[in-house]
Design a protein around this ligand. Structure first.
Ligand code: THU
Length: 139
């Protein structure tokens, strides 16, 4: 395993761990996310649902909020997402837009890496620019 792969494996383990804090009584789909910043710090999040289904929060946005609320100021480099199905699950459009806020699309200098893993599968790594080539930004 090279350095990247070791880092990806560690982040995915943390994302899986984070999924244990999911509050998902409606979908029963417990997702976990782990965000790595240039500072070396990792922040976790899981999906939090609500009886008013549409206002539930995804794991990815929860992890990002946790980081920013903790005062993290360095560049986001990588987010790992674990979902409990056979194949990995791709972040929803709202989460991609949130992630774009911290990547090249919104003037930062780093195209963040998004790594995804389900159960019993290998992970897949994408660049955010592949998943959201044309998100919203001010011109
Ligand atoms: N969900 C996430 O937390 N992240 C994703 O990337 C996709 C979906 C959550 C939202 C909802 O609580 C549950 O998974 C089912 O859609």
């Amino acid at each position: 395993m090279n350095e990247n792969e070791i880092q990806f494996t560690e982040l995915l383990e943390k994302a899986k761990e984070a999924s244990k804090t999911s509050y998902s009584p409606y979908s029963k789909f417990a997702v976990g996310a782990a965000c790595l910043f240039e500072s070396g710090k990792i922040y976790l999040g899981s999906n939090i649902e609500n009886v008013s289904y549409g206002i539930g929060l995804c794991a990815e946005r929860n992890a990002l909020s946790t980081a920013l609320a903790a005062g993290e100021k360095s560049q986001l480099t990588t987010i790992a997402v674990y979902s409990p199905n056979q194949k990995h699950c791709l972040p929803c459009g709202a989460c991609l837009q949130w992630l774009s806020e911290f990547s090249t699309m919104c003037g930062n200098n780093y195209d963040i890496t998004v790594i995804l893993e389900g159960d019993n599968t290998d992970y897949t790594a994408y660049k955010l620019s592949e998943l959201l080539p044309y998100g919203f930004k001010f011109q």
